[in-house]
Design a protein around this ligand. Sequence first.
Ligand code: ZN
Length: 254
Amino acid sequence: MVLIDTHAHLEDIKDLDGALKRARKAKVLAVITVGSDYETSLWALRNSGEHSSGLRVYPALGIHPWSASSINAKDLDALLELMHKNVEGYVAVGEVGLDYWYRDVRRNPEGRELQKTIFKEMLRIAVEYGKPVSIHSRGAWRDCLELVVESRVESAVFHWFSGPRDVLDEIIDRGYYISATPAAAYSKEHRSAVKNAPLENIVLETDSPVSYKGEVAEPAHVTRTLKAVAQLKGLEEPYIEEKTTENARKLFRI
Ligand SMILES: [Zn+2]
């Protein structure tokens, strides 16, 4: 049995080599490292491949909604070029999306339009190259889903989904996925989403190095996500492990 951490920001992990070794010991076979802007997307491309521990790192490229308001035209062009020129080099477009709770957007409503413009561009690339999309949708769940549907994206995962039930139901109806994080152990909204989504539509992740209850996450902690999902579903861990790994392989074609 093996686990896949489908969403992490490896460039931000302090002792990355040690973290990947610990992950491999924890049965993590692969990690998808997502970009947030040009620099981190480039980092993801350059640092993917097989680690000495045997763990495999796969890159996803994109602009995080938090970077949407600060990215300059030069970096945006450079990222687009990177995405067009390395089509075979990355497994997904991400982390992309909308975040209406982000401070810049709260202060400046035009920020929403900026996020939408960039998100649409990212979705267009995903459709052009048939890539799955890793989506950040905090506070913007309905708009995110609508843009994804409008752009006719074939496969998508609504990462760490904590949105309302009606949006979740539509995500599922359309055959998209949500991902569970270690917050599935305690966050009311996230637990409700994981509980209500069929196992066929769930993948596991850590969003490392995010802190959960004050503890910095690393990919090995995907075992905590597994445990929380198993508890919520009332099913054995090995079964959840098998199904969610199968889902991740199918979604990211890895
Ligand atoms: Zn993330």
